[in-house]
Design a protein around this ligand. Sequence first.
Ligand code: S3P
Length: 438
Amino acid sequence: MSLAMDWISAPAGPLRGELVVPGDKSVSHRAMMLAALADGTSRIRGFLEGEDTRATAEAFARMGVRIEAPSPGERVVHGVGLHGLAAPARPLDCGNSGTGMRLLAGLLAGQAFDATLVGDASLSRRPMGRVIEPLTAMGAHIASEPGGLPPLRIRGGRKLQGIAYAPPVASAQVKSAILLAGLYAEGETAVRELRPTRDYTERMLGAFGWPVACGPGWARLAGGGRLRATDVEVPADFSSAAFFLVAATLVPGSELRLRSVGLHPRRTGLLAVLRRMGADIREEAPRDQGGEPVADLIVRHARLTGIDVPEALVADMIDEFPALFVAAAVARGATTIRGAEELRVKESDRIAVMARGLRALGVRIEERPDGATIEGGALGGGRVDSAGDHRCAMAFAMAGLIAETEVRIADCTNVATSFPGFIDLANGCGFALRTIAE
Ligand code: S3P
């Protein structure tokens, strides 16, 4: 357990330079999981060295998978085959990671052994009923704390049946948990979504040789096959790049080049929204990297105007709202967010945490159950609390850059879950960010 750490972000800039942000979190989790269950040895390049994805790797190491780390961001995974995992001696710790816990719940539901999944204080408050319910319908036995909260105690030796399921929330994690359980189920497993979400699980299963039929908003597979080892190149995480896209947009005189950023269409809602607000972001050298669209993004300062964020884009930018709140706080006019109630069950209640923090900096915000209206204006300095949420901490660091005086941000340790090295990268391009150990 690391010590709580505060940050101070002081007004600075312009931001200049060329950066490479770390590997994609969603892709890194899935690459590790499928490589561990494949026949043969897979090499993953660009693996996110964050606490979330390392927790997933550690879970497989505890189930007998040999994983080498020849260099930072590189993993060589000696897969044990679909039925080759060993019973873990102790509960598996998913740390802060909802993706880790929900996807592991799906694939552990079909094992011969019992396993328990635990998490940190934040993860222990997050809803798991959304995966318990469909997995139980498939024949799994999963006990939770009241209200469907972790820890999850998953009983082994259950015979799973494929199902056709339409989750009540648009969630790639729920879809993925069901599909991963479907690998172990008899017959066909099908998921139909409210709105299309990121399809990394489907596409990566394909890359590991498992036939999946899928299209926007639906996926179908049959159980009883094998995964074949393959090499995976993980693109840079758009959700990490997002902070620099917003920061360079907001600080006058800035120009940043973000290299080889993953531009999966179900991830880039923020690009569309920032452009509608007036941002100047260009894509250069578009190319395919391991089946994923990537490009260099060149972002220059621009004045933003508030908009009504289209509800249809919410799922495509679900992790980018903390950054958008800050952009909206300095845009001309009001920005309205609706249909984003999922933000309340992320690593923190992101609507409440961002509203409280920005209010402390003098912003007018009307909060609603499914979103907020943010009146743009000037940002004062002051003290805010990230509530241990990595993305809120990094968003408040953007606020400090453009505030009148410095912003002190409480509880920033968890930035290491998704963005190790954030402070050095940020300071290298012009931030004035420093840490204070509590
Ligand atoms: C993720 C899906 C999203 C996202 C999370 C990563 C994934 O969560 O917020 O950071 O890798 O599948 P939901 O499925 O809960 O929307």
